[in-house]
Design a protein around this ligand. Structure first.
Ligand SMILES: [Zn+2]
Length: 149
């Protein structure tokens, strides 16, 4: 059969993915896309669940102080009232609202429950790595150009 990129005769074509499209190509052209290894499973998807094993691995959303204050004021509570409801000192509530102190996971969860807000981000910034890119990116437009040669 012919390589779908350069048109060369190839006995054992290699299947690659280019922009989500499967192509059978010769070994020379295989570097233009992501090589498919037999099974259709995507190994990068399996790893994502492992994060939940680390319970202390969490981030507090940016601007949490304003979030807490706005939610508290919406309820019409004073800081003392919120402090009583989450069973923490008023000084803690005050410091949290001013952004002087990061809530522990326990306090953040109590605040989320009391105020109906989201403070804990389940995707820590340190773990958010960009997707792996093929070493030689190519677009379908490029392939059309190659074939016209
Ligand atoms: Zn080729």
């Amino acid at each position: 059969m012919e390589c779908e990129i350069c048109g060369a005769e190839v006995k054992h074509p290699i299947t690659i993915i280019v922009e989500g499209t499967r192509m059978n190509v010769c070994p020379r052209c295989a570097s233009h896309g992501t090589i498919v290894h037999g099974a259709q499973r995507d190994p990068t998807r399996i790893r994502k669940h492992s994060r939940y094993k680390q319970e202390e691995d969490f981030d507090i959303v940016p601007g949490y102080g304003k979030l807490i204050r706005d939610a508290r004021q919406k309820e019409g509570w004073k800081q003392e009232e919120l402090a009583r409801r989450i069973n923490e000192p008023v000084s803690t509530v005050s410091h949290l609202e001013l952004g002087k102190m990061l809530p522990s996971k326990k306090i953040a969860q109590k605040l989320e429950k009391a105020l109906g807000i989201t403070l804990i981000s389940e995707a820590p910034a340190s773990d958010a790595k960009p997707e792996h890119m093929p070493s030689t990116p190519i677009t379908l437009g490029d392939i059309v150009k190659i074939r016209k040669r």
